[in-house]
Design a binder for this molecule. Structure first.
Ligand SMILES: *[C@@H]1O[C@H](CO)[C@@H](O)[C@H](O)[C@H]1NC(C)=O
Ligand SMILES: *[C@@H]1O[C@H](CO)[C@@H](O)[C@H](O)[C@H]1NC(C)=O
Ligand SMILES: *[C@@H]1O[C@H](CO)[C@@H](O)[C@H](O)[C@H]1NC(C)=O
Ligand SMILES: *[C@@H]1O[C@H](CO)[C@@H](O)[C@H](O)[C@H]1NC(C)=O
Ligand SMILES: *[C@@H]1O[C@H](CO)[C@@H](O)[C@H](O)[C@H]1NC(C)=O
Ligand SMILES: *[C@@H]1O[C@H](CO)[C@@H](O)[C@H](O)[C@H]1NC(C)=O
Length: 874
């Protein structure tokens, strides 16, 4: 409840900001909008690998051999890392035997997912062999792969202690010096466990009297070679990351699950009597990732990326966190430094006195040597060379005090990124030096719907450079790897593997576009946006990662020029698509800014252009569309609009011939209002009205909040609609065989849209022609077979249209609220400007005209309001 009320509060405060006319800013600037949206059809330089197998969730990248090994369901592949789509892929088929599948089904397991051999583990074993483990239809097996020939080098061996039974069980594992460290809840209903497997001594976590792990769901692990360059003779350590049921309770919060980091020492050999074959160095601490001022605690750790530093001490851990509520989409990215983690392990311990009570900080005496530490020179000096020589009281303490009291706080004590509406699943980070000499961290984050967000960190904040749709079919990103050598990124998913370049600078078409992007890989060379890697002489390149605004003052960007010529009284749509989701449009007429885009001003702006309603002659002139981003105005397109009288004026509006509906009766007659007798009634009414207003306002604000939430998504649906266009056309044609009625098509004639939904840049050749680009138009009659050819000739002036449904009409489907009120004309055709519901009109940037009309038209198509619709009724 607290969370929901907080969410509401957050939403409301955002809405209030917007209603007050401020640009939308989430608290702390954390809810970041991706600057550019790229659909899968617009991806460039993208390579794909697919086979008959599914669930490509395990990946191993070997820089030296330039091979990418991929484990899927029932198969392992060796791909050429420089081009994974190359036909040179090697395959090892490894399916579960039919007998094993049958037994799996007998156990009542899911025949769609569980009774297969899902490869869960694939890593290098030694210089000649890889090692892999598969679930093998609920009977895990492991096997060696001879790398050169890429064949299984021996019969598979028992994998029960190394690999979970199910394909989705939390699991992480490492091979270090030919020893395998695994963490999982291996069998159904067994306790989760962190293990070191063969060769002996095998070690495990302790279950009694204090359970060290509680329903732990493991997401990652890392070896940090802390023995390198140490003065204390410290040991290497292995860190494990997971979410588990919380044990501690304090007054400020109560969460059922918490994110944790645990660590063990690599040289641990267990205790002699106490903690025999158990870790003597197991410690765990809570990972915090929260927005305390909103009481948002991201307790679910979804994945971890380990970023090695110059020295092991500089290691960074990036974590993707989610909320505990499964149906609330939200993600936070937090970064932890190794020293923060170490500090927590140096701090006080937690304790619970009896098994029923919750844990609290231990304040008693701590035995010496400090429990849970690795064997260091100090211990060796005392004659303790191995963990089996540790005194019993220390081991007993370790056994009962696995949890540290201090929380591991993220850098800056807050998330780098917080996003509602997105569930990130995996991430990888790449470091690159910008032209300013600074090292920038570029984060690549995959979502549960198959998108990739690329973000750069600038002063503790993330700027999302772009979001890429990797797959047409929504599917979760299952794995993500980066190769600095190939300058590529590899993404595993249920349906296949995708390889993408780390950057695509050519996407940015102007100097400002290149600068605003703030991609550290990209810079403007005076003519185009280029990858800085391909330039030896970088002195002339322009880049501004810090501010995303400087350097382009002296460059001349080309502005597309067009002209429009229409009749008085027509409506004109001047198209202006902004490529950046962070830009806002600004229109000028003959150099002065258009004020007030409201319904009565004669102008309305949408995400795709400016609508001039009922053009008057004095509205002729030079219109310029600017994209405003980072407080910089960049001209995109100019329209020379001529509004002429010399064509016959449009017929009178049908609606103007109808009597206006009577004005609503006043709530209280004016004369009685002042009489004291009615004061009481008036107050009561006032209170009721005010109360009603409050409710309405709240609803509107929530709606506006929602609108903002989907705000930048508007572009998807517009482009998606454009992509679906050829299909819907076919669909319409088929339909016509059943119904004889003619149909309408609404389309945006736009010369730079190629029909696949991507409107990349604007071609400049089309100039000064009334038929080119940008009119929202209804094409009467037959659908034209080739939409890219000339638009149809203008329709003759319309006859009066008695069929036009009156606004007062009530239709059984409740559409009356959006019914047209005025028949309008544009470009020789007619259409109806639909009234928008009030909440929408409050936020003028929430809609696009084409989208709005398409939506209504789509609705109409199915409801068939009129048996024979003609153009006047659309
Ligand atoms: C495997 O792939 C199938 C289809 O692509 C999907 O439905 C299923 O959820 C995937 N299973 C796992 C464990 O990812
Ligand atoms: C991988 O592909 C590249 C070019 O596509 C080629 O030069 C290279 O030899 C290939 N490597 C292997 C191991 O096949
Ligand atoms: C899986 O089991 C369901 C019912 O238990 C059955 O309808 C379905 O055909 C089975 N699918 C396969 C691939 O065996
Ligand atoms: C690597 O391990 C495999 C499997 O144990 C073994 O057969 C092979 O000889 C090892 N290779 C080297 C170079 O040690
Ligand atoms: C510990 O190791 C040192 C040298 O590594 C050795 O001199 C000493 O005898 C060892 N002590 C025990 C108790 O094994
Ligand atoms: C706009 O077009 C008209 C003719 O259509 C022309 O006379 C005028 O010079 C043009 N204005 C500009 C600024 O190009």
């Amino acid at each position: 409840l607290r969370l929901i009320s907080n969410l509401l509060l957050l939403l409301l405060s955002c809405c209030v900001c917007t209603a007050a006319g401020y640009p939308f800013k989430a608290p702390l600037d954390l809810d970041v909008t991706p600057r550019v949206t790229v659909l899968s059809s617009g991806l460039q330089g993208c390579r794909r690998f697919q086979s008959s197998a599914v669930n490509y969730s395990t990946m191993l990248l070997e820089a030296e051999s330039e091979r990418l090994y991929v484990g899927a369901r029932g198969a392992v592949f060796a791909l050429n890392a420089s081009d994974i789509s190359a036909s040179s892929a090697l395959t090892i088929e490894w399916e579960a035997s039919p007998e094993q599948k049958r037994q799996c089904l007998l156990k009542g397991k899911d025949n769609q997912t569980e009774c297969f051999n899902h490869i869960r583990f694939l890593q290098r074993f030694n210089s000649t062999h890889l090692y892999m483990c598969g679930t093998h239809a609920f009977k895990p097996l492991c096997a060696y792969i001879e790398e050169k020939m890429f064949v299984m080098s021996s019969q598979p061996e028992e994998g029960r202690d190394k690999c979970p039974y199910g394909p989705t069980t939390g699991y992480t594992a490492l091979i270090i010096d030919e020893q395998m460290y695994t963490a999982s809840q291996y069998e159904f209903r067994s306790f989760p466990d962190i293990r070191r497997n063969s060769p002996s001594p095998t070690l495990k976590t302790e279950d009694a009297p204090t359970r060290w792990l509680n329903e732990a769901d493991f997401v990652g692990s890392a070896l940090v070679r802390e023995s390198l360059g140490t003065s204390s003779g410290d040991d290497d350590k292995i860190y494990f990351f997971f979410t588990e049921r919380s044990q501690e309770q304090t007054t400020t919060y109560s969460h059922s699950r918490v994110a944790r980091v645990a660590r063990v020492c690599k040289g641990d050999r267990g205790g002699r009597l106490t903690l025999q074959k158990r870790w003597t160095s197991f410690l765990k601490a809570r990972l915090m990732c929260s927005l305390p001022e909103y009481d948002f605690h991201f307790n679910m750790l979804r994945s971890v990326f380990v970023m090695p530093g110059h020295t092991p001490q500089d290691t960074l851990f990036y974590g993707i966190f989610g909320l505990e509520w499964k149906n609330v989409k939200a993600s936070a990215v937090c970064r932890f430094s190794l020293s923060e983690v170490q500090e927590a392990f140096q701090g006080p311990y937690m304790e619970n006195q009896d098994s029923d009570s919750k844990w609290k900080e231990y304040t008693g005496k701590i035995p010496d040597p400090r429990p849970g530490t690795c064997i260091t020179d100090a211990l060796r000096a005392k004659g303790i060379n191995v963990s089996t020589s540790l005194p019993d009281d220390v081991l007993n303490f370790v056994r009962r005090h696995p949890l540290m009291s201090q929380h591991v706080q993220p850098s800056d004590r807050r998330p780098l990124l917080f996003r509602r509406t997105t569930d990130y699943t995996h991430m990888a980070v790449h470091m690159i030096q910008g032209l300013d000499g600074q090292k920038y961290h570029v984060l690549y984050m995959g979502t549960d719907e198959g998108w990739l967000h690329k973000a750069v960190e600038v002063e503790g904040q993330l700027h999302i450079i772009e979001e890429l749709q990797l797959f047409e079919e929504p599917q979760p990103v299952k794995n993500l790897l980066i190769s600095a050598k190939q300058m590529s990124m590899y993404v595993g998913s249920p349906s296949g593997v995708v390889q993408l370049p780390l950057s695509n600078c050519h996407r940015y078409t102007s100097c400002y576009d290149c600068i605003f992007a703030r991609d550290p890989h990209c810079a403007w060379n005076g003519a185009q946006c280029v990858n800085i890697m391909s330039h030896v002489d970088r002195s002339t390149l322009i880049q501004d990662i810090q501010h995303g605004s400087r350097g382009c003052e002296n460059t001349q960007d080309d502005v597309v020029q067009r002209s429009r010529s229409v009749r008085v009284g027509d409506d004109v749509l001047l198209q202006c698509e902004l490529s950046s989701n962070l830009a806002t449009p600004l229109w000028t007429l003959d150099g002065s800014e258009l004020q007030g885009y409201g319904l009565n001003s004669g102008f309305r702006t949408g995400t795709d252009g400016l609508l001039v309603i009922e053009a008057r002659q004095d509205q002729s002139g030079l219109y310029t569309c600017y994209a405003v981003e980072n407080n910089i105005k960049v001209a995109i397109v100019t329209y020379n609009v001529t509004i002429r009288l010399d064509l016959p004026p449009p017929p009178p509006h049908p609606s103007s011939e109808r009597p206006l509906p009577p004005p609503p009766a006043p709530l209280l007659p004016h004369s009685e209002l002042l009489s004291p007798r009615n004061m009481e009634a008036m107050y009561l009414s006032l209170i009721t009205i005010l109360g009603g207003l409050c409710v309405v306002l709240t609803v509107v604000l929530v709606y506006v909040g929602f609108c903002l939430r989907v705000g930048h998504r508007g572009k998807y649906s517009l482009r998606a609609a454009a992509a679906a266009y050829p299909n819907s056309k076919k669909h319409n044609r088929n339909k016509k065989q059943h119904r004889s009625s003619s149909h309408m098509e609404l389309k945006t004639i736009s010369s730079h849209c190629n029909g696949n939904g991507i409107c990349n840049g604007v071609s400049k050749q089309h100039n000064g022609d009334i038929q080119d680009g940008g009119f929202l138009q209804i094409v009467p009659g037959e659908g034209h077979p080739s939409p890219n050819k000339e638009p149809p000739p203008p329709a003759p002036p319309l006859p009066p249209t008695p069929q036009l449904p009156s606004p007062e009409c009530d239709f059984p489907n409740g559409l009356s609220a959006t019914l047209p009120s005025v028949l309008r004309r544009m470009n020789g055709n007619s259409y109806v400007l639909l009234r928008q519901s009030e909440s929408e009109s409050m936020s003028p940037l929430c809609y696009s005209f084409a989208e709005e009309l398409n939506r209504i038209l789509e609705k109409r198509k199915h409801t068939q309001l009129l048996p024979r619709p003609d153009e006047s009724s659309v």
